[in-house]
Design a protein around this ligand. Sequence first.
Ligand code: G6P
Length: 372
Amino acid sequence: SAAEKGGWSSFMAKEISEEPEAVAKTLLGRITDGTVHLSELDPIGDEVLANVDRIIVIACGTAAYAGMLGKYAIEKWSRIPVEVELSHEFRYRDPILNERTLVVSISQSGETMDTLMAVKYATAASAQVLSICNTQGATIPRESHAVIYTHAGPEVAVASTKAFVAQVTALYLLGLHLAKSRGTLTAEEIAENAAELQAIPAKIDEVLVVSQSIKQLAHWMTDTQSVLFLGRNVGYPVALEGALKLKELAYIHAEGFAAGELKHGPIALIEPGQIVFVVVPSPRDPNSLHPKVVSNIQEIRARGARVIAIAEKGDAAVLPFADEVIPIPLAGSLFEPLLAVVPLHIFGMELAAAKGLDVDQPRNLAKSVTVE
Ligand code: G6P
């Protein structure tokens, strides 16, 4: 009903507006005095956790893209090797698991059958299973050794939005927790990264304001047949998530690519008028891939692409080459995805709305897929 939507045109519009809160509530009580506390991991225990030599993240859909972001952060901070795999692929390939493997499942609903079966498989193979879940008391957390709840609040729209930013937040907290217990980051480094996380909600608020221009853009694009998304490093999962939202909501063929892969194939798709979203990393980071992504933009522009760049506020290098720039606030490079994904969620929703589609209930999809 209209009341349940709290005055918003759809549950999705409401849920995207709640992205700042989804992050804030997931952080609540888990960072104090600049350090991370995850008592949720107690059932696994420090000793077992200290022996973990490999992490496998399993999930489906949007949750799997959150998992990919988790890999970048957890590996960087804790130096534990992380793999990310779709639950339905993991389960059927005879994966190598033992007591030193930590399997991290991610599921908003906690009921996705593919992920549940993978969790059961992993526990049977004596791996430790930690689940990141948004639904209290769901089946997946009950089948796991430990659970970190995301506190995004109930998500009603079929396509996941606010749960994604909450899942990334939980994974980053896990990364910092592991770095703390292994001593791979100093106390100062943990405090800096924790502060970056705590600053995210206010920054998403800023992104929600500037993203209003996306609505106009979506209205001009109702006849578009195909949209590409490019990103590098942590921008890559963001590109995949942007493409998934467009398929799910607007029924438009969309693909996300790692920008470095452009020259190995996808650039052949570029013809005049092709819309390409590019997630641009910050130019401030000394190891930044910024110059490489800017040169990707030049390459596709030279072939007639229309470029919509999501770039850091004040990034002057991008301006001459992009048709449209969506500015995001300054953040540490691992944290940029939590900001850059927001305009892409809005874009998918607005384009679907402009096409007159039901953004909350896209055709052929279910909120939680309880069959394998
Ligand atoms: C369905 C939804 C997606 C979601 C995926 C995983 O396919 O349409 O939006 O990302 O399931 O759901 P889960 O509840 O496991 O996060």
